[in-house]
Design a protein around this ligand. Structure first.
Ligand SMILES: Cc1ncc(COP(=O)(O)O)c(C=O)c1O
Length: 419
């Protein structure tokens, strides 16, 4: 036996191994808060299952027929017979999915067709479709603004806008929600020669308030910035063609990029950006959230194309949606609820509650009466607010709006939210 070999007794002790730190421990406060809430006997507002969906405005939840007032199905296109038929046809003709990226094997005829429908709808030269609206913002923002550039965004921007900033390498500057003055002041501090992208939303989805786009855009232009407007919650029912708030406010020719989604007024899933920028098509080669993911199933883009073309002629639906929104806003105000806006500015009416407990108990009271609304809490909401967000649909009948108000009155009184 060689001298150099150690016996088991001589071997050095194994190095001490640290116990792995549980990476979930940072969520302990949230888990505890949730458990405490559920221990009071309320239903989990974030675990609702729709057992059946019978129309754009009604579903069965826990065996009960329920009016849906918490979807983004603003124009009620999900059960439109032409939309459904287009999806079935594409499913038969092209199969269930593409299994590939748009830049390789994942562009089928329906993908080209939905981009043509978007160009017609928006009257733009270019349209690019992403797999979700979230990815559209991730892709557009992170690709447009690179190292040395600046992204200037509203503090209340949607998570996908923030995540688009974080995915890229640009400097991020936030301005106070809807404050033209603060936007102007912050832009003035940036290097004159730097590339700048101002990101705005037509409708801010938590409170349902609308941006003063002409003033915002004037400030951005003064400082040489390009402008991207997210019209996720404006498409379909703002403006003469339903293009969004930027159309309604008359600034169509001043916006460089419009981002949108198929998951709201269009009634399916997917995201997009439209633009007249002459170099726009290069994005198909350089935009990572476009290149490195599978394209949408052909049935989905076929439903989207049909829906978008129908939305071009949906004046009567638009008018009814606005009627519903104004009536619900007025009715809730008269009942004594605190609302996110002074008047109905969009199809979102946010009821502001002072605490999580009140918000959840009203939410549950409404559900027990047959009404589903969305509960929103920090960090998704501005200023730590607890909200019940009501979003109206063009397919809600006047009778349903009446029923909704009756349920709010009864649940509001039973839970002490109103006198
Ligand atoms: C303003 C805004 N932008 C983008 C998105 C993302 O859309 P999608 O559901 O298609 O991912 C949303 C979704 O709620 C949104 O509210």
């Amino acid at each position: 036996m060689s001298d150099s070999l150690e016996t088991a007794d001589d071997a050095p002790p194994p190095p001490e191994v640290d116990r792995p730190r549980d990476l979930f421990s940072k969520f302990d406060p949230l888990i505890a808060e949730r458990e405490a809430l559920l221990a009071t006997g309320v239903r989990d507002p974030f675990a609702i299952v729709m057992e059946k969906v019978t129309s754009p405005t009604e579903a069965v939840i826990q065996g009960r027929k329920t009016i849906l007032l918490g979807t983004y199905n603003y124009m009620g296109m999900t059960f439109d017979p032409d939309v459904v038929a287009a999806g079935k046809k594409a499913l038969d003709e092209f199969g269930s999915g593409t299994t590939g990226s748009r830049v390789l094997n994942g562009t089928y005829d329906p993908h080209r067709d939905v981009e043509a429908a978007l160009r017609d709808f928006y009257g733009t030269e270019h349209a690019i479709v992403f797999s979700t609206g979230y990815q559209a913002n991730l892709g557009m923002i992170s690709t447009l603004a690179g190292k040395g550039d600046y992204i200037i965004l509203d503090a209340d921007s949607h998570a996908s806008i923030y995540d688009g900033c974080w995915l890229g390498n640009a400097e991020i500057v936030r301005f106070r929600h809807n404050s033209v003055e603060d936007l102007d002041r912050r832009l003035a501090r940036l290097p004159r020669e730097a590339g700048k992208l101002v990101v705005l939303e037509g409708v801010y989805s938590m409170l349902g308030d609308v941006a003063p786009l002409p003033e915002m855009i004037a400030a951005a232009k003064k400082h040489g910035a390009m402008i991207l407007v997210d019209e996720a919650h404006g498409m379909g029912f703002f403006g003469g063609h339903g293009r969004g708030v930027y159309e309604e406010q008359g600034v169509e020719d001043q916006v460089d990029f419009v981002v949108g989604t198929f998951s709201k007024s269009v009634g399916t899933v997917g995201g997009f950006c439209v633009s007249n920028h002459p170099k726009f098509e290069v994005l198909r080669l350089v935009c990572r959230p476009y290149v490195f993911t599978a394209s949408l199933p052909p049935s989905v883009v076929a439903t989207a194309a049909t829906s978008i073309r129908k939305l071009m002629h949906a004046g009567a639906k638009r008018a009814h949606l606005w009627e519903n929104s104004r009536r619900l806003h007025q009715g809730l105000r008269e009942l004594g609820f605190t609302l996110g806006t002074q008047e109905a500015q969009s199809a979102i009416i946010a009821v502001v509650l002072p605490s999580q407990e009140q918000a959840v108990s009203l939410w549950q009271g409404l559900l027990e009466r047959g009404l589903y609304v969305n509960l929103a809490r920090p960090p998704a909401t501005p200023a730590g607010m607890f909200l019940l967000r009501c979003s109206l649909c063009a397919e809600h009948s006047s009778e349903q709006v009446g029923e909704i108000l009756t349920m709010f009155a009864s649940a509001g009184r039973a839970t002490g939210c109103i006198a």
